[in-house]
Design a protein around this ligand. Structure first.
Ligand code: XMP
Length: 505
């Protein structure tokens, strides 16, 4: 285990991702975690993240003096370096101006961190303050034009620090430096694999659930499917997986989810609830009202099923690490995870089991493969709990659902055919509440428009519109207008998030 102490830096999660890419298991913890609690986890190393503060600011996050006396190797990054310098008796100069962007780093001492790294290498800087003089016992190991102490080390105490950001892609040799810290300094072996994670996770779920029973709501997405498969491996048929078809799913979705679970030998309770949902949604145009209706109705159906099945002690959720980190606290994480199944109530009668709460999305996909889930589920794009209802602007009707399903299937097919489905985060069709005039076969048409949305993203929190090739967009537009009756126009959404969101509602 390697611990990353978070000082509020924008790249903290990225550090965690890079460490895991080195096949070393890590967890992010708040900087305020007591030294005793850190020591109890017996980490092989600790990384101090960057952060927006200045060590001279009132209330700036600090560490207790005892922190550097544990003998655990430490790597300070950016603010982490300044803090290390400040606390150990070095000198940090307040910012005259910010240094931001790519810079050439000159490596002065081989050290452990820079073993195998070029003497002159590009790094990414983003800082105000900088270290002017290292603390006693430290040597300067690298410099840049603007930062005479761009890296420092005290190998005897196994303390290392860099002013730049090795975790970002703009530092091409950054991964090598992190590897050096993990393998050479901390003695990690890089043996952490999804196979070993799976074993540990299965054992943990068994210990948590004991002889109890669990229930899991499947959405058709990769997270809930992987969580269900993992818990099934742990407790077998004491897990009941429930798949509620709210009638707002994409083309072929109910069938493919059922098929995948049949294939895995995991029993699945299928609940047909289309009529219920559509009745409740009839005539409702407000986006939030639609979401609330779907969330509430989902709980009703789910609770009814749970009761019918003889109750359960645990609820399995596919909550991921970014949700946990973003929410910050255990309680907040629950609220967010409830959001996954459409807003479960706070007074829920279940205890939560969240076996994926340490994983990133790409790791969940790897775990899914390890569990034998089919590619089709493993590589599924994220899909919102309220389904197509938030992609049909205005009231939802059967006709609109059928039209959107057909258009969406074409978008999916063409993005896949172009081989872009694993690069693009999400790609789908939206049905706005408008009609426009067209001409088809010499006759005037007055019909629906379809908006195509495709975005690139790491985690859905921010997103950039995908630069799909014109040829792909053209095929999508031509096919939708030709093959989907009632549509005469296709537009492409070229806003990013922020200021827009990924979904239209
Ligand atoms: P937005 O539209 O907020 O979406 O940019 C961010 C990501 O979350 C997905 N999304 C949802 N997922 N329940 C979910 O499980 C929901 O209610 C929900 N709403 C949006 C969306 O598809 C995107 O990936």
């Amino acid at each position: 285990l390697v611990i990353i102490l978070d000082f509020g830096g924008q790249y903290t999660q990225l550090i965690a991702r890079r460490v895991r890419e080195c096949r070393v298991y890590c967890e992010i913890m708040p900087y305020s975690t007591p030294v005793e609690a850190l020591r109890a986890r017996r980490p092989r190393g600790i990384i101090l993240s960057g952060g927006p503060s200045s060590v001279y600011e009132e209330g700036a996050p600090v560490l207790p003096a005892a922190f550097f006396e544990t003998g655990i190797p430490v790597l300070g990054i950016c603010y982490g370096m300044q803090l290390m310098a400040h606390l150990l008796g070095g000198n940090v100069a307040a910012a005259a101006h910010r240094e931001y962007g790519r810079t050439l780093l000159e490596v002065l001492a081989d050290g452990d961190l820079f073993a195998g790294v070029a003497r002159r290498t590009e790094v990414w800087m983003s800082h105000g303050d900088k270290v002017a003089a290292p603390p006693p016992g430290f040597v300067v190991t690298a410099r840049t034009e603007a930062a005479p102490v761009a890296a420092m080390a005290d190998p005897a105490r196994r303390l290392y620090a860099v002013q730049f950001h090795p975790e970002v892609a703009h530092t091409p040799e950054g991964k090598k430096m992190l590897e050096n810290f993990l393998y050479r300094v901390c003695g990690c072996t890089g043996a952490w694999t999804m196979g070993s994670f799976l074993q540990a996770a299965v054992a943990e779920v068994r210990a948590t659930i004991g002889a109890g029973r669990a229930i899991c709501a499947l959405s058709g997405g990769v997270d809930s499917a992987v969580a269900a498969a993992l818990v099934h491996r742990a407790i077998g048929d004491r897990l009941t997986s429930v798949f509620v078809n709210h009638g707002l799913l994409r083309q072929g979705e109910p069938e493919s989810v059922q098929e995948a679970f049949r294939h895995l030998g995991i029993p699945l309770v299928y609940v047909e609830a289309k009529e219920r949902f559509l009745q409740k949604l009839a005539g409702v145009a407000d986006p939030e009202a639609k979401r609330k209706i779907i969330g509430t109705e989902f709980i009703r159906v789910f609770e009814e099923e749970a009761r019918r099945l003889g109750g359960a002690d645990f609820l399995v959720q596919g909550t991921l690490y970014p949700d946990v980190v973003e929410s910050g606290t255990a309680t907040a994480a629950k609220i967010k995870s409830h959001h996954n199944v459409g807003g479960l109530p706070e007074d829920l009668q279940f205890k939560l089991v969240e076996p994926l709460r340490w994983l990133f999305k790409d790791e969940v996909r790897e775990l899914g493969k390890e569990l034998g889930l089919p590619e089709e589920i493993v590589w599924r794009q994220p899909f919102p709990g309220p389904g197509l209802a938030v992609r049909i602007l205005g009231p939802v009707t059967e006709e609109k659902l059928a039209l959107l399903r057909a258009a969406d299937a074409i978008v999916t097919e063409e993005v896949k055919r172009a081989g872009l489905d694993r690069q693009v985060w999400q790609y789908f069709a939206v049905l706005p509440d408008i009609r426009s005039v067209g001409v088809m076969g010499d006759a005037r048409t007055y019909a629906h428009a379809i908006a195509v949305r495709a975005v690139e993203s790491q985690d859905g929190m921010t997103a950039d519109w995908a630069r799909l090739p014109y040829a792909v967009l053209e095929r999508i537009a031509t096919r939708i207008v030709r093959e989907v009756p009632g549509v005469n126009r296709v537009v492409y959404d070229i806003t990013s998030k922020p200021p827009a969101t990924i979904e239209w509602e």
